[in-house]
Design a protein around this ligand. Structure first.
Ligand code: NAD
Length: 393
């Protein structure tokens, strides 16, 4: 199958590698010739590393590399059956690319965007045939992250939705279907992981090292919220939070933190700048957490209750199915459990009580309990009825 990828940056290069490893004939286009050269060099480096580790044979690596052609003219993509755009996150630039593409691609070519924050409907509206348009959202690094969110716009035809999903499944990915709403699944449901951790820190309830220790040791998360923000970059993480906040018409649940804004403004971006919440210089020592079990448990309970509330609300508003929400968080951001399965295990009553206690304390709508959780409590319902009845689970 012929696949066109537009943008040879971080995501475009990764997606090209994924498609090429599934034996697609990939044409990778970028307006910057140096981006194409860098992309090709990066892939060669990755292949050499995989060969050294014995994960790929030299023959398979050269086949994969030969499956990607680096092109400097958009028109070369004319015969593609699927084109995925992964360029700069600017709606005007993206729309222009799609309307240009439509002047020469075939009428059944699927057009897709890897956008993290723009509405799929607004991009589809720039096309003559909006029913062929869809969101296909990969995670970074695309070759390693199993999850892909498939986001049909209101205009997308069912045929295109099913075909696009089948293609990505054929590339070995785990797909979840998400409604075209801000942050889709992962970038929405994950907000409290950062936001509530920042709030706990801002209020002086615990320091950064203690919050990270609690979430890892007691909560079972692979990285603490501050370690993860430093890893993602405080500039990027702050921008995602602010974008989601604005896109939800300034719902206070998503309000960004001044602490993170100041970190981004100061250039304390995290690992990439050598300093973020932690100091990454060679002779620096990581601060010690206060290993207080009761405090740690309170931190975990509060952040997890807020995460569960967000997941329940996403289900309430039909952003995705319960299974897809849980899969997305387990595979897209490596959460130790699906949040809705976690809610079942914890008890819906406990979730509601924890959220109500926070609301009682702050009287902020940020802490309002999802109507779905309240309804479930009233009806004695669970998210996964069969699993909960099994006591060994
Ligand atoms: N980086 C991530 O973690 C991540 C994750 C998921 C989705 N996304 C989304 O993927 C897209 C790309 O992000 P990225 O991080 O790979 O960006 P990037 O800056 O690494 O790469 C973008 C590339 O697009 C090229 N480009 C810009 N305008 C172009 C045009 N008109 N035509 C062709 N090429 C053009 C640039 O030269 C650059 O090489 C964005 O929409 C972003 O929201 C990013």
């Amino acid at each position: 199958m012929k696949v066109g990828i537009i943008g040879a940056g971080t995501m475009g290069s990764g997606i090209a590698q994924v498609a090429a490893s599934a034996n697609c004939q990939v044409l990778l286009f970028d307006t910057q010739p140096e981006a194409l050269v860098k992309s090709q060099q990066k892939l060669a480096k990755i292949m050499n590393r995989l060969i050294e580790k014995g994960r790929i044979t030299p023959m398979a690596a050269s086949t994969l590399q030969a499956n990607i052609e680096y092109v400097n003219s958009l028109e070369t993509l004319a015969d593609s059956e699927l084109i995925i755009e992964a360029i700069v996150e600017d709606p005007a630039v993206k729309k222009k690319v799609f309307s240009t593409l439509e002047s020469f691609v075939s009428t059944d070519c699927i057009l897709a965007s890897n956008t993290s924050s723009l509405s799929i409907a607004s991009l589809a509206a720039a096309c003559q045939q909006p029913e062929r348009f869809i969101g296909i959202h990969f995670f970074n690094p695309a070759p390693l992250m199993k999850l892909v969110e498939i986001i049909p716009a209101v205009q997308t035809s069912n045929t295109v939705k099913n075909k696009a999903r089948a293609i990505i499944v054929g590339w070995g990915k785990l797909t979840v279907l998400a409604k075209d709403t801000p942050g889709f699944i992962v970038n929405r449901v994950a907000r409290p992981f950062y936001g509530e951790a920042l709030r706990i820190y801002d209020e002086g309830i615990a320091d950064i090292a203690t919050i990270d220790w609690a979430m890892k040791t007691i909560g079972g998360f692979r990285m603490g919220p501050f370690e993860l923000m430093d890893f993602i970059g405080n500039d990027i993480n702050y921008t995602v939070t602010e974008t989601v906040f604005k896109a939800f018409f300034y719902d206070p649940r998503y309000r960004p933190s001044f602490t993170q804004k100041r970190m981004a403004e100061a250039g304390y971006l995290g690992r990439k700048s050598g300093r973020g919440y932690y100091d990454y210089s060679e002779d620096s020592k990581k601060p010690n957490p206060v290993e207080d079990q009761r405090l740690g448990q309170a931190i975990v309970d509060r952040i997890v209750a807020m995460l569960i509330n967000e997941a329940a609300d996403a289900l309430h508003y039909r952003v995705a199915s319960a299974v897809d929400i849980d899969t997305a968080m387990a595979k897209g951001v490596n959460y130790p459990k699906g949040l809705l399965a976690w809610a079942d295990k914890m008890g819906i009553c406990t979730c509601v009580e924890r959220l109500d206690a926070l609301f009682e304390e702050y009287h902020e709508t940020r802490y309002r309990c999802s109507p779905l959780l309240r309804k479930m409590l009233k009806n004695g319902a669970t998210f996964y009825p069969e699993k909960v009845s099994n006591k060994n689970n």
